[in-house]
Design a protein around this ligand. Structure first.
Ligand code: ZN
Length: 501
């Protein structure tokens, strides 16, 4: 298919003129256009309504599809040709001949003001035959999809709360999406060629200033506003055929401290039910701190955020080569990321294990050694037990009926995995003991905020004390970082065996 130089403007001008001059008994509505989606992108094909039917001008079809047409005035017909195949169109007859085969149309082709018009159904019924390609006409969305193009229907909704704005994309069929941050905006990229996109107008608020199609045909851009500070993504299965991606735009918060038991965010984490015995396919590694948040700092200037990132990258390489699992880092560069976003990232990637990597600091410079933590959540645990009976909630499904999904309070997500998290920490400790110095209290429980929302086994590793001069020097070296990564790999191998026991 040849790219086109739009002749749309000319076509529109002619149609407008036709409607002004008057067109006999026919009534011309104002011109609109069909979006033609192909692997080459999106092209407009003007359509016009004649006697309540959608019509397309043949010269516009030629422009979009690279066909040629020749009129036979004496016979009152028109031939549309492409690579030796042809369609013979006769005015006022709702049957056309495609390479000798008769194809019916819902209404007859028309010749108006020196232009030929065919009903829109001409495209899937006749054009597809000479193009030798499927043409899918989605009338309601004014789309014509050419060939085997992945075009999920994406319907967006914006809900403005007092402390957040939630943008929800209902995606049919269910399609993976990822969110990347750029200055002043978030880009949602769907695993598709083009999107059949329906975007709403925005309610008045200051988190989100724009919701628009992106430059790439499979993206949507959220232009963030002054109240926006961070985002959280949750995905769920809306029904058998559709998925749902919700992006919560959140204001600035200061939640670096361990979770305050009283603070229960109203945001709920919606996660599709997943089988607990899936093995170890996806690992999310969280390099602590980053960006403006330096973490702890050694006397010689070694920064926790740099050490954690370096260890995380080394561990990723080891896991990918030795464990064959997929690895995602919550950050792969020097950026600021909220604690909740880190666990949300792991949830969004449906990680089977979440490891947060940190370096420690103490007032007493003598303190040294590595420690591994899993979450203590007495309150959340109690809450989770209380809810255990009704955690599978029925929600009304589209088109009636109900479906079962897991609705988990953010605060209680990790509570379900405490036993597995304890086992994970139990494997990390001996694996590190063989390689690096350990703290006297090597395995501990603490209310680390970053672990709270993780909906999978999770542990936080403090790989040494930057406040200790000897350890600062060690932590800055690739050799020590490799030892840590090796230990964590060994622990993950043991943990995988444990999961598959
Ligand atoms: Zn830290």
């Amino acid at each position: 298919m040849k790219p086109l130089i739009p002749r749309r403007v000319r076509g529109v001008a002619l149609l407008v003129l036709a409607s002004i001059v008057g067109a006999g008994p026919l009534t011309f509505a104002q011109p609109a256009s069909l979006a033609v989606l192909s692997r080459d992108g999106r092209k407009p094909l003007p359509i016009t309504t004649i006697n309540n039917q959608d019509y397309v001008a043949v010269d516009d079809i030629n422009t979009v599809f690279g066909t040629t047409s020749r009129e036979d005035r004496l016979a009152g017909g028109l031939t549309v040709t492409l690579r030796g195949r042809s369609i013979v169109v006769t005015a006022d007859q709702n049957v056309v001949s495609v390479s000798g085969r008769l194809v019916s149309l819902p209404s007859p082709p028309l010749r108006r003001d020196n232009r030929w018009f065919v009903p829109a159904d001409f495209l899937p019924r006749a054009m597809s035959l000479i193009l030798d390609t499927r043409l899918d006409l989605r009338r309601a969305a004014r789309l014509l999809i050419v060939g085997d193009v992945r075009v999920p229907r994406v319907v967006a909704r914006v809900d403005a709360g007092t402390t957040n704005v939630a943008v929800t994309f209902e995606v049919t069929p269910n399609t993976e999406a990822r969110v990347t941050t750029q200055p002043g905006r978030l880009v949602v990229q769907f695993d598709a060629d083009v999107l059949d996109l329906a975007l709403p107008s925005l309610p008045p608020q200051t988190f989100l200033l724009g919701l628009t199609p992106g430059d790439a045909p499979n993206t949507v851009v959220l232009t963030t506003g002054p109240r926006y500070a961070s985002f959280r993504v949750t995905t769920s299965q809306a029904d058998a055929g559709s998925g749902r991606v919700t992006i919560d735009l959140l204001p600035a918060t200061t939640t670096d401290a361990p979770a305050a038991p009283a603070a229960v965010p109203d945001s709920r984490l919606v996660i599709p039910s997943q089988s607990p015995s899936g093995g170890l396919r996806t690992v999310v590694i969280d390099p602590g701190h980053g960006g403006e948040e330096l973490g702890t700092q050694g006397a010689n200037g070694t920064l926790e955020k740099d050490v954690t990132l370096s260890v995380a990258r080394r561990l990723r390489t080891l896991i990918e080569s030795r464990l064959g699992a997929r690895v995602f880092l919550t950050r792969d560069d020097d950026r600021t990321l909220s604690l909740d976003d880190r666990s949300a990232f792991a949830n969004n990637h449906q990680a089977d294990v979440f490891l947060s990597i940190h370096a420690n600091s103490a007032v007493r410079p003598a303190l040294k050694g590595a420690e591994v933590y899993f979450l203590t959540v007495e309150r959340a645990e109690a809450e989770a037990r209380k809810r255990a009976g009704d955690s599978a909630t029925s929600l009304p499904a589209l088109g009636g009926g109900a479906r079962e999904i897991d609705l988990i309070l953010w605060e209680t997500a990790q509570a379900r995995y405490l036993e597995q998290s304890a086992a994970l920490a139990g494997f990390v400790e001996p694996a590190m003991t063989g390689r690096i110095a350990m703290s006297p209290r090597a395995v501990q429980q603490a209310p680390f905020r970053v672990l709270v929302g993780a909906n999978m086994p999770a542990a936080l590793v403090e790989i040494g004390y930057l406040s200790n001069a000897e350890q600062e020097a060690q932590l800055a070296t690739g050799g020590y970082q490799d030892l840590v990564a090796q230990a964590l790999l060994d622990a993950l191998i043991k943990f995988r065996e444990f999961l598959e026991h």
